[in-house]
Design a binder for this molecule. Structure first.
Ligand code: NAI
Length: 331
């Protein structure tokens, strides 16, 4: 039998946490033959709710779930974890300036970086979900210098999956037949959902999305804004932000990272930029990646047209600005 993998979920008493922990306990994240021990962290005001989630995990009698740690102690939460999904954060409240939200989150991610660095298992893989996701991940990376930069990522898979969903709805095809969309840049409304390399499997072989959709105005307009603003549309409809789709995307992200992407398929991940595609280096930027043996690699050599170039630059500039803002909060 396999040794259990320890998976940390921070903000586990929140709404994404509530959707995510049962998925992990059912093997959706790491496979149906991989036992797991869940580590759940939240803050003291949420301790009782967190304990309620723990009770439900016991009550669900998940065969793969070998243990549950539910705590408000960050050291206990981080100890020995192999995978860390960072969902906890300070939400933007009405009337708050961007800088105030940034400041709260930067200090959370700075202190959790140290706890992970000192107490997580070596080679722990980190996924930051909480917003501002890219910049929280960057701060985590900066304050955990002994964790390799390649182990620290942020979630843009939800945006990637939303793009797949929009194409599948437009063409009335199965979402599983659509692949290789790209989310470039920031997990914010400046992100660029790119379909220039995306394809659809049809009865007569693989076809470019551009060839099948035949509606450039939609692809260059409404498609992009729908994906960029989908989070806001969900909040408007549900009066709560996306939780089941965010939790599902977090599982997809870790699963593909650990178990590998299928041959010929790439996915989008926010990773520490080396300046590929002339994105700013030294920020967490979403790129197309393939994964193998537990490591991601940025897909190289894709043609970037003038329309795309502008959009890659715009979202890159926003990330550079967020990085400066984050540093100004620290000093
Ligand atoms: P929520 O407010 O329901 O849950 C957040 C939880 O984090 C709360 O239980 C809170 O007590 C906890 N928390 C706050 N500070 C903490 C700390 N220092 N340590 C541990 N836990 C802490 O929020 P929800 O809906 O679950 O969303 C969580 C985050 O994910 C938000 O920042 C949201 O903006 C972000 N998000 C990101 C997405 C992405 O695609 N990257 C998609 C959807 C949401």
């Amino acid at each position: 039998a396999k040794e259990p993998v320890r998976v940390l979920v921070t903000g586990a008493a929140g709404q994404i946490g509530y959707a995510l922990v049962p998925m992990i306990a059912r093997g959706v994240m790491l496979g149906a033959d991989q036992p797991v021990i869940l580590h759940m962290l939240d803050i003291p005001p949420a301790a009782e709710a967190l304990n309620g989630v723990k009770m439900e995990l016991v009550d669900a009698a998940f065969p793969l779930l070998k243990g549950v740690v539910a705590t408000t102690d960050v050291v206990e939460a981080c100890t020995g974890v192999n995978v860390a999904v960072m969902v906890g954060g300070f939400p933007r409240k009405e009337g708050m300036e961007r800088k105030d939200v940034m400041s709260k989150n930067v200090s959370i991610y700075k202190s959790q970086a140290s706890a992970l660095e000192q107490h997580a298992a070596p080679n722990c893989k980190v996924l930051v979900v909480a917003n501002p996701a890219n910049t929280n991940a960057l701060i985590l990376k900066e304050f955990a210098p002994s964790i390799p930069a390649k182990n620290i990522t942020c979630l843009t898979r939800l945006d990637h999956n939303r793009a797949l969903g929009q194409i599948s709805e437009k063409l009335n095809v199965q979402v599983s037949d659509v692949k290789n969309v790209i989310i470039w840049g920031n997990h914010s409304s400046s992100q660029y959902p790119d379909v220039n390399h995306a394809t659809v499997m049809t009865p007569s072989g693989e076809k470019p999305v551009r060839e099948l959709v035949k509606d450039d105005a939609w692809l260059n307009g409404e498609f992009i804004t729908t994906v960029q603003q989908r989070g806001a549309a969900i909040i408007k409809a549900r009066k709560l932000s996306s939780a089941l789709s965010a939790a599902s995307a977090a599982c997809d992200h870790i699963r593909d990272w650990v178990l590998g992407t299928p041959e010929g398929t790439w996915v989008s991940m926010g990773v520490y930029s080396d300046g590929s595609y002339n994105a700013p280096a030294g920020v967490i930027y979403s790129f197309p990646v393939t994964c193998k043996n537990g490591e991601w690699t940025i897909v190289q050599g894709l043609a970037i047209d003038e329309f795309s170039r502008k959009k890659l630059d715009l979202t890159g500039a926003e990330l550079t600005e967020e990085k400066e803002l984050a540093y100004s909060c620290l000093s």
